[in-house]
Design a protein around this ligand. Structure first.
Ligand code: ADP
Length: 354
């Protein structure tokens, strides 16, 4: 009973907050300057003076500053634990029955995989979120039972690949909508997980499979979206009520624009598909923000898959990842502009002091 009451309160609070602020949160994370950047002597163009209040200034020449405001700003000193403290309420929401999507957006090399996956000894949002789901499920075990299953997909060139499927023949995977509403991909492996050890095994199998069949793992992963989906089935032991909710954890393809002269053949097709899916994501979010009657989910596999977890009463958290280096200034501004569009807030530049 205690949890039902807590859940009711959280729902009320969430609805109030949502009305006031919308249901998309944007966190900005800046990685440290790499050793190589330091040795070349690249300057830092990010000023974190306002970071506590969610503000970040980009120094774009002379005394020009462009200010961006987000729900959180992480400096290179903030670690995986600091980041997860702010992301962890999303885990509670999933077990409360909301569909949730957490995704990392940004240029290749800015820390998307670091934030979502993280190195083994310093794990990121994916693992920590699943760990938290088990922890909350345990705390609520006198009132609820939860079944969790994980799928690991990759979307590359508008094709879905099942990274947990070990069968030698690859199936053609299509997105369908189940009768009770949630979208799914029939035939995809859904690995039932009961503890964090099993989660870790599934995530590792997914990562290993991602590397298979590509000559250059880093290049391949920067051009494909890696998508974990966690399906949660809950049963309330008091009243027998069952609910289903879905969590998406997504490491997007790199958002960088390619120099026109570099792009031909297969690379051109890849670049167009990445552009198409990332701009489709932006279009869906804009349409949601404008309360459009038509939300163009079907313009890309990415948005079609995420459909249940973007919009409606679902909750979305975006990490916009940036580089501090002057060398990446153009891409950094482009990512921050995209993220501001998502959040719907952009501050005017500060007035010059006279
Ligand atoms: P992306 O997935 O965006 O291509 P990566 O996650 O592979 O980028 O990060 C690029 C490099 O920067 C990696 O070597 C990673 O370890 C390092 N890195 C990224 N973010 C951080 C961070 N916050 N702290 C320390 N190192 C980081």
């Amino acid at each position: 009973q205690k949890y039902v009451e807590e859940q009711r309160k959280r729902k009320k609070l969430f609805n109030e907050v949502q009305e006031a602020k919308g249901n998309i949160r944007v966190f900005c994370r800046c990685r440290p300057l790499s050793k190589k950047e330091q040795s070349i002597g690249y300057a830092t163009v990010v000023d974190f003076d306002g970071a506590k209040d969610g503000e970040l200034a980009i120094l774009n020449g002379g005394s020009n500053k462009k200010i961006f405001k987000f729900d959180r700003v992480y400096t290179p000193k903030d670690d995986q634990v600091d980041v997860f403290v702010d992301a962890s309420p999303m885990a509670t929401s999933v077990l409360d029955g909301y569909n949730v999507c957490i995704f990392a957006y940004g240029q290749t090399g800015t820390g998307k995989t670091f934030t979502m996956e993280g190195p083994e000894q310093n794990r990121g949002v994916n693992y920590r979120t699943l760990e938290k789901l088990f922890q909350i499920a345990q705390e609520r075990s006198d009132t609820f039972t939860y079944d969790l299953s994980v799928s690991v997909l990759e979307v590359y060139n508008e094709q879905i690949r099942d990274l947990l499927d070990t069968s030698p023949t690859s199936k053609k995977l299509e997105i369908k909508q189940a009768s009770e509403g949630l979208h799914h991909v029939p035939g995809v492996v859904e690995a039932k997980v009961e503890n964090t050890k099993q989660v870790w095994e599934v995530l590792r199998a997914g990562s290993n499979a991602r590397a298979v069949g590509s000559n250059n793992v880093n290049e391949h992963s920067s051009r494909s979206h890696c998508m974990l989906s966690i399906m949660v089935k809950s049963k309330n032991l008091m009243n027998g009520e069952c609910t289903k909710s879905k969590l998406w954890l997504v490491d997007l393809a790199g958002s960088e624009r390619l120099a026109k002269t570099d792009v031909q053949g297969e690379r051109l097709k890849e670049a167009q598909n990445i552009n198409r899916s990332l701009s489709a994501l932006g279009d869906v979010i804009s349409a949601l923000a404008n309360k459009s009657s038509h939300i163009p989910y079907r313009n890309s596999k990415l948005t079609h898959l995420l459909q249940d977890s973007l919009g409606g009463d679902s909750k979305t958290l975006m990490f916009v990842q940036i580089s501090p280096s002057e060398h990446d200034l153009g891409e950094t501004l482009s990512s921050l502009n995209f993220a501001s569009r998502v959040r719907g807030v952009e501050l005017a530049p500060p007035r010059r002091q006279i």
